[in-house]
Ligand binder design. Sequence first.
Ligand code: PLP
Ligand code: ZN
Length: 408
Amino acid sequence: MHSHLSHLQCTYCGETYAADELHTTCPKCGKVLFARYDLQAVRAHLDRDALACRPRGMWRWFEIMPVRDPANVVTLGEGDTPLLPAGRLGEHLGTERLWIKDEGLNPTGSFKARGLSAAVSKAKELGAKAIAIPSAGNAASALAAYGARAGLAVYQFMPQDVPEMMRKEAHQYGARTYLVKGLINDAGRLVREGARHKGWFDVSTLREPYRQEGKKTMGLELAQHFGWSLPDAIIYPTGGGTGIVGMWKAFDELEQLGWIGAKRPKMVVVQAEGCAPIVRAYQAGQRHAELFPDAHTIAPGIRVPAAIGDYLILDAVRSSGGTAIAVSDEEIARDMREMARLAGVFASPEGAATLSAYKKLRAEGFLSPDDVTVLFSCGSAFKNAELIQPPSLTVLDPNDPGWLNEVA
Ligand SMILES: *Cc1c(COP(=O)(O)O)cnc(C)c1O
Ligand SMILES: [Zn+2]
């Protein structure tokens, strides 16, 4: 097995760079760099069905992953998460074609594991010693875990109100954890400044080329699951947009490999009403989003007021015939409960937002019951315990013979 990584290419100005040195954004224009592969060589050598026989996990796709030496792969078993038929939830919504990709089963409880496994592996391969990240919580947990495994120093910067479990987790992994007065974009400013002064490698969302390579494996898994075709729609809770950008890239690579055809899913962005920069830009017909003022929502992973990859997200949405939609915190809270009660999935608020969006798009007629639709349940609600009201439970006395009368 060897990686067919060939070079880096700027998604904005097209300039190319060597892949075997550390890069963040494009030195020329400051935009997002993509990893490029010699797909013709992969096409000639690799049988798509052979991949199914490899050990489970996202590193099965090694030929189109960026790490050269398998010994540099830092893995905790990420990827190959279940794609669940929505079952009773689907029945409730009058469809047999709704699916939930349960990314909460990844190491550290969210799909951030995929991106950070790829980024940490490549950074280690290229000799980085200290890595820094701004995070709403899950990315920090994932970087802390993979950094610990790789033996790299991890510095992380999170908003002050980051969920308690995420700060505990990061600290437990031994990361140097700091809280920032402000939101994730403010934390990002500190990381960039710190990186300049302290020599940290900055792995902010889409500001280095490899987190999206990890996230693209979600798209590869979908294609394989659906027998080398793609669903009709994908609903993705969008913060920095790594996942939507990564999956869109995956579909392009799969088509160049001759493994899928030209059909693409409608790529649907869901954001919270209190922080919806991409939705606003989509509605205004713009390719770049403006900073969303006073960003607030109960879903920390999508409380991202500005995204460097805005043009990549919006291009994917538009060229796929998708859309961008905002949902309220009340809808998100309602659908966290509904995903738990009807699908058995303990979904984070961001994941629940995809269900809220699905309901709205069905009501508007944008999606029909016949559309094969995948909801991304991106993280586990174990990380967001403070959002769940503690129930008041009846305490039974085992010495009280009347206890059965107290059980409904
Ligand atoms: C980071 C995160 C998101 C947003 O993902 P992007 O790919 O950065 O847009 C959504 N949900 C959860 C739980 C997250 O941690
Ligand atoms: Zn450029």
